[in-house]
Design a binder for this molecule. Structure first.
Ligand code: AMP
Ligand code: TRP
Length: 328
């Protein structure tokens, strides 16, 4: 039997190159090797205020993005989190396993609670518990995510281990898969910060549907430095390092190859070549985005939800049984 993958992204904002290289690219690469479940986590999306109509549309759009990126619905299970009630049900049980102190240590909560933790929603606080439920429901072995999700994965493992110890062996303990290249793409305008959906500076992120002109313009404006040490991978030179990392991820070349390719060249040259490489890289994705209609997507999501339910319901039944809950 193949080992399982589960991962997901929130249907909010615009997906950017960081999401693509940190997550989606790896989901596609791993889908044949594992039995894969790729979820659109709309229950996570409502941990911050969302416009209901927009959320609905974004959910379908994200399904389109998954498929256009190369996730094959005949190979992988693509589904929406709220279609599978077991996610919310297991999240409740896991919230009785998790401790306040461990959730208080989650750095994302503080980052996202912009108006202060006192005014933040309780759902934003328990967000990582729902994420643990997403993963544990599918007896997942591997969770491909970007670097920013590592702490949530550690919590998931802790909760699963605690549950298994207290109630008997129930959950597979999942491992994170954080790609060696591209797990942390930084903002083009501020290389100290990660590329993000919520960046106020629109030049900081390359969005997946950006036109060739816009991509070129954004890379041309990308922040670098005034060093004369040439184009080399140096983590201290954050802006340059980020551009080279993007180049490495989209071309799949080695660091040595890239450094010798750019030897003696300037930043202007690097930026133009990088923009061209990214434009080419996104072309097949962008073409496919235009082809997938809503009706087809709805069918795929319905089939996906049925498949997901068949696995999730079995884990939930076992969990309820272990805990002594009555549900038949
Ligand atoms: P989100 O859009 O926040 O639901 O994130 C979806 C996936 O993209 C997660 O696996 C994140 O870890 C990943 N991700 C988000 N931002 C970045 C980034 N700047 N670099 C690499 N991966 C990212
Ligand atoms: N928290 C993840 C993010 O913001 C999204 C997510 C929710 C997820 N549930 C998950 C990722 C389960 C992997 C597995 O990117």
């Amino acid at each position: 039997m193949k080992k399982r993958i589960l991962s997901g992204a929130q249907p909010t904002g615009e997906l950017h190159l960081g999401n693509y290289l940190g997550a989606l690219k790896n989901w596609v690469a791993l889908q044949n090797e594992y039995e894969s479940f790729y979820c659109i986590v709309d229950l996570h999306a409502i941990t911050l205020p969302q416009d209901p109509q927009v959320l609905k549309q974004k959910t379908l759009d994200l399904a389109r993005i998954y498929l256009a990126a190369g996730i094959d619905p005949d190979v992988s299970t693509v589904f929406v989190q709220s279609d599978v009630a077991e996610h919310a049900e297991l999240a409740w049980v896991m919230s009785c396993v998790a401790r306040m102190g461990e959730l208080e240590r989650m750095t994302q909560f503080k980052d996202k609670a912009k108006d202060g933790t006192e005014r933040a929603g309780v759902g934003l606080f328990t967000y990582p518990v729902l994420m643990a439920a997403d993963i544990l429901l599918y007896q997942t072995h591997l969770v491909p995510v970007g670097q920013d999700q590592k702490q949530h994965l550690e919590l998931t493992r802790d909760l699963a281990e605690r549950f298994n110890r207290d109630y008997g062996e129930t959950f597979v303990i999942p491992d994170p898969y954080i790609p060696p290249v591209g797990a942390k793409i930084q903002s083009l305008s501020d290389p100290e910060k990660k590329m993000s959906k919520s960046d106020e500076n629109l030049n900081g992120a390359i969005f997946l549907n950006d036109s060739a002109d816009v991509i070129l313009k954004k890379f041309k404006r990308a922040v670098t430095d005034s060093s004369t040490d040439g184009i080399v991978f140096d983590e201290e030179r954050k802006g340059l390092f980020n551009l080279l990392t993007i180049y490495q991820s989209v071309t799949d070349q080695s660091r040595d190859e890239i450094e010798s390719h750019f030897a003696g060249k300037g930043y202007g040259h690097l930026k133009t070549e990088l923009a061209e490489a990214v434009i080419e890289y996104l072309k097949p994705f962008q073409a496919k985005m235009a082809e997938l209609n809503d009706e087809e997507l709805e069918k795929i999501l319905q089939k996906g939800a049925e498949k997901a339910r068949s696995v999730a319901s079995e884990t939930l039944r076992k969990t309820y049984e272990r805990v002594g809950l009555h549900k038949k």
